[in-house]
Design a protein around this ligand. Structure first.
Ligand SMILES: Cc1cc2nc3c(=O)[nH]c(=O)nc-3n(C[C@H](O)[C@H](O)[C@H](O)COP(=O)(O)O)c2cc1C
Length: 151
C-alpha cells in the first residue's frame, strides 16, 4: 500500500500522469484477493491486470517427473486459463465492477477472450497465445467476436 501510494504521488507530480495498474498472481487466496480490492479502492489506482503466471503445477498432461525436472518458474498459457478467469470473476464481483480489470492468462481464441470479458474484464491481453498463434491472433480474436455478434 505504501509503495503504491508513493508511486501514485510521483506519477501525479509528472506532467502527464499514466494510469497505474496492479498486476497480480493467480495463486492468491480469496482473502488475499479481498485485500487487493481494498488496496485498489484505498489507493485509487486505476485498476488490475489479472493474472501473472502461476506456480501451480496441477492438471498438466506432462508427466510429473518431467515437470519437476524442468524446475521452478511461472507457468503460462492454457493451464492458466481457468484460474485466471476465476480470479477475474471474483475480483469483478467483490469490487462491484468499480475499477477496470485487464485480463491475461491462456487467451488463444475469441471464446477465450469472451470468457474473460463475461467474467468482468474490460480489456484482454495475449502473451503466450501470441507466441503459438502468431501476430494474426489479434485479428482472429476480433473477427471471432464480431462473428458471434458479441462486439
Ligand atoms: C517468458 C515470459 C516472460 C514474462 N515476463 C513478464 C514480465 O516481465 N512482467 C510481467 O508483468 N509479466 C510477465 N509475464 C507474464 C505475462 O505477461 C502474462 O501475465 C502471463 O504469461 C499469463 O498470460 P498468457 O497465458 O497469455 O501468457 C511473462 C510471461 C512469460 C511466459
Amino acid at each position: 500500500m505504501r509503495i503504491l501510494n508513493r508511486l501514485k504521488e510521483l506519477n501525479e507530480q509528472m506532467g502527464n500522469p499514466k494510469p497505474l495498474l496492479l498486476k497480480i498472481a493467480p495463486d492468491l487466496t480469496d482473502s488475499q484477493l479481498d485485500d487487493i480490492v481494498e488496496i485498489v479502492t484505498q489507493t485509487g489506482i486505476q485498476g488490475i491486470v489479472a493474472t501473472n503466471t502461476t506456480i501451480n503445477r496441477s492438471n498438466l498432461v506432462t508427466p510429473t517427473a518431467e515437470v519437476e525436472a524442468i524446475g521452478a518458474g511461472g507457468l503460462s498459457g492454457k493451464p492458466l486459463r481457468k484460474r485466471a478467469t476465476e480470479v477475474i470473476r471474483y475480483l469483478h464481483s467483490k469490487s462491484g465492477g468499480s475499477f477496470p480489470i485487464i485480463a491475461v492468462g491462456g487467451i488463444y481464441t475469441a471464446d477465450d477472450a469472451l470468457e474473460k470479458l463475461d467474467a468482468g474484464a474490460s480489456l484482454v491481453q495475449v502473451y503466450t497465445g501470441f507466441v503459438y498463434e502468431g501476430p494474426a491472433i489479434a485479428k482472429n480474436i476480433c473477427k471471432g467476436i464480431i462473428n458471434k455478434n458479441r462486439n
